[in-house]
Design a protein around this ligand. Structure first.
Ligand code: SAM
Length: 341
C-alpha cells in the first residue's frame, strides 16, 4: 500500500529526549517507538484515505505518524496530557506541508463528545457499509475497559460516533482483555465483556504485541482488536437490562448459571422465579455461564422482562445494594419488607 512521504522529522525516541517526556504511570503511558510496528498496527485499521480518523491518546505521536502516512482526509487526536503539545504540533505542521489536516484536542476521552468534531456529511444508514470514520488508539490500560463498555452502550443507542453509522474501531487492549473480547462460549476467558462486545459488534483479534515493544515495558502483553458494529445486533434488548442480566449470570462464574440469575430476585422468590426464567427461556438451569451464547442470554433477558411486567415491583430490587425486599404484590400499596439479605 503506497504511503505518504513526510518532511524529515526526529524519531519518537529523539522527541522524548528533546522535550524531556517521561512516561506517567497514572496516565498509563507506554509508548511504541518502532515505526514498523506502528505501520503494521495502522494497516489493520483498513483504508484510511478519504476517512476522518480519530486517534485516542496519541502521546508523542508514534501511531499518529503511521496514520498520517496513510493520508486520512482529516486526523483528530484526543490527548489528556498537554506535555505532548510540541511534538503533536510538529506532526500537524508536517502533515499541513503536504496539504493534510490534523486537529489536536486536549481533553479526556471518557467525557469528550466525538460526534461534535465529525461532519454530518459522512453519515451512513446503519445497514449501509461502514462510514468513512475510524477510531484508532493504543489505549491507556486504565481506561480501556470502562471506555469500551461506554462505547458499546453508544453503539447500542447509535449515539456519539455511531450516530454516523457503524464506525469501526481498531484499538489495543491488555492481552487478557483482548482475549476476553473475542472469547466464544466454552472458552475459559468467556465473561461479561465477551457477551457485551459480541452482542453489538464483531471483535477481531489481529495479533499480540509483546510488552517489550513498549517504553516503559508494561507487565503485560497487548492485543490489537478491531470492533465492527453489527448491522443487526444479536440482542433486541436495551443495553442496560442486557448488561444487568449478563452481569448477574457471570457473578458466579463456576456455578450453574441459575445461581447468578436468582440474584435478580429477592431471597424469598429466588428459587421459584429463577426456575421460571429458565422455563420461559427454554434453557437448562444447569448450564454454566461460560457455555451460554449471546442468543441464550437474549432469551433470558426476554424472560426477565416478562417477569418485570408481571411483577412491576421487582424492578426496585437490587442485589447486595438493596436492604429491602419489595413485595411481588401488584396492589397499589407497595409493601416494603426489611430484610437482612
Ligand atoms: N499513542 C502513543 C503510542 O502508541 O506510543 C501513546 C499510547 S499510551 C499507551 C496512552 C496515551 O493515552 C497516553 O498518551 C496518555 O497520556 C493518553 N491518555 C491517558 N488517559 C487518557 C484519557 N482519559 N483521555 C485521553 N488520553 C488519555
Amino acid at each position: 500500500m503506497p504511503t505518504l512521504r513526510l518532511p524529515p522529522l526526529p524519531n519518537i525516541r529523539e522527541i522524548l529526549k528533546m522535550y524531556h517526556l517521561r512516561a506517567m504511570k497514572q496516565l498509563s503511558q507506554n509508548f511504541i517507538l518502532n515505526e514498523n510496528l506502528t505501520d503494521k498496527i495502522i494497516k489493520k485499521a483498513g483504508i484510511l484515505s478519504d476517512c476522518h480518523v480519530i486517534e485516542v491518546g496519541p502521546g508523542p505521536g508514534g501511531l499518529t505518524r503511521s496514520i498520517i502516512k496513510r493520508e486520512p482526509k482529516k486526523l483528530i487526536v484526543i490527548e489528556k496530557d498537554k506535555r505532548f503539545k510540541p511534538s503533536l504540533e510538529m506532526l500537524t505542521d508536517a502533515f499541513a506541508a503536504v496539504n493534510g489536516k490534523m486537529e489536536i484536542i486536549f481533553d479526556d476521552v471518557m467525557t469528550f463528545h466525538m460526534e461534535n468534531v465529525l461532519p454530518s456529511t459522512e453519515t451512513k444508514t446503519w445497514t449501509d457499509k461502514c462510514p468513512r470514520i475510524k477510531i484508532i488508539g493504543n489505549l491507556p490500560f486504565n481506561v480501556s475497559t470502562p471506555l469500551i463498555i461506554k462505547w458499546l452502550r453508544a453503539i447500542s443507542e447509535k449515539t456519539g460516533p455511531w450516530k454516523f453509522g457503524r464506525t469501526r474501531m481498531t484499538l489495543t487492549f491488555q492481552k487478557e482483555v483482548a482475549e476476553r473480547l473475542i472469547a466464544e462460549p466454552l472458552d475459559t476467558q468467556r465473561c461479561r465483556l465477551s457477551v457485551m462486545a459480541q452482542a453489538w459488534t464483531q471483535p477481531i483479534l489481529h495479533f499480540i504485541i509483546p510488552g517489550t515493544a513498549f517504553l516503559p515495558k508494561p507487565d503485560v502483553d497487548v492485543g490489537l482488536v478491531t470492533l465492527v458494529p453489527l448491522t443487526v445486533p444479536r440482542t433486541k434488548h436495551e443495553f442496560a437490562i442486557f448488561e444487568k442480566v449478563t452481569r448477574h449470570i457471570f457473578s458466579f462464574r463456576q456455578k450453574y448459571s441459575i445461581r447468578g440469575i436468582e440474584t435478580l430476585f429477592p431471597l424469598e422468590y429466588r428459587t421459584e422465579l429463577g426456575q421460571m426464567m429458565y422455563k420461559l427461556a427454554d434453557l437448562d438451569p444447569q448450564r454454566r455461564p461460560m457455555t451460554l451464547t449471546v442468543e441464550d442470554i437474549d432469551s433470558l433477558v426476554s424472560a426477565y422482562k416478562y417477569l418485570l411486567e408481571k411483577y412491576p415491583n421487582l424492578k426496585f430490587y437490587e442485589y447486595r445494594t438493596s436492604r429491602h425486599i419489595v413485595s411481588l404484590s401488584q396492589t397499589k400499596n407497595i409493601e416494603v419488607i426489611e430484610c437482612t439479605n
